[in-house]
Design a protein. Structure first.
Length: 183
């Protein structure tokens, strides 16, 4: 019996996992490791504080896993929303708001959270409101959770266009980032 090379086996397993769980789904388990999330991020913003990026990526994996949200989707959404932590829009770095929650105008710049974990938890909870009708596992910290109606209205990232963000290309932008992450 001839054994399959390890690389070919990894490709086969990776393809099989992706076939069972489309990466665009909001709910589910992320496929990428902490190291891959960090390297993906650093490729787009090499001047970022890598230690902070690793800390945020670890929090995304942990919080997403707890609520059953796809960490890969949440992480790339954070990258899109913050310009890979460059910010520059209504939301500023000190707000710990990694997804633009409540940011609609200069008069409504968005919600502030006391720390990174709380901001990430709010992001994950808001994604769960879009992707599922299931109750939260943790204590509610997302001040906009109850505004998502109906709950579960967007099981995949394409449904976030025109709902989470006014941009009709929002889902496509997230899909492009996911594709880059998975390469």
């Amino acid at each position: 019996m001839r054994l399959m090379p390890v690389f070919a086996l990894l490709v086969l397993v990776s393809t099989h996992v992706r076939a069972e769980q489309p990466p665009e789904l909001i709910m589910g388990r992320g496929l990428m490791s902490l190291d891959r999330l960090v390297s993906f991020f650093m490729e787009s913003n090499p001047s970022a504080d890598e230690e902070r990026v690793a800390r945020l990526a670890a929090l995304y994996i942990e919080e997403a896993d707890f609520e059953g949200v796809n960490a890969d989707v949440a992480f790339v959404q954070m990258c899109l929303e913050t310009g890979f932590l460059r910010f520059g829009g209504l939301v500023t770095e000190d707000m710990n708001n990694f997804c633009g929650l409540g940011a609609v105008s200069p008069e409504q710049r968005g919600h502030c959270f006391p720390d990174e974990r709380t901001g990430i938890r709010a992001h994950i909870q808001h994604l769960k409101a879009y992707g599922s009708c299931e109750p939260l596992e943790g204590e509610l910290v997302d001040p906009r959770f109850h505004y998502v109606s109906p709950r579960g209205k967007s099981p995949d990232i394409m449904g976030l266009a025109g709902t989470w963000a006014a941009d009709p290309q929002y889902g496509v932008k997230l899909a492009d980032l996911l594709e880059t992450l998975y390469r």
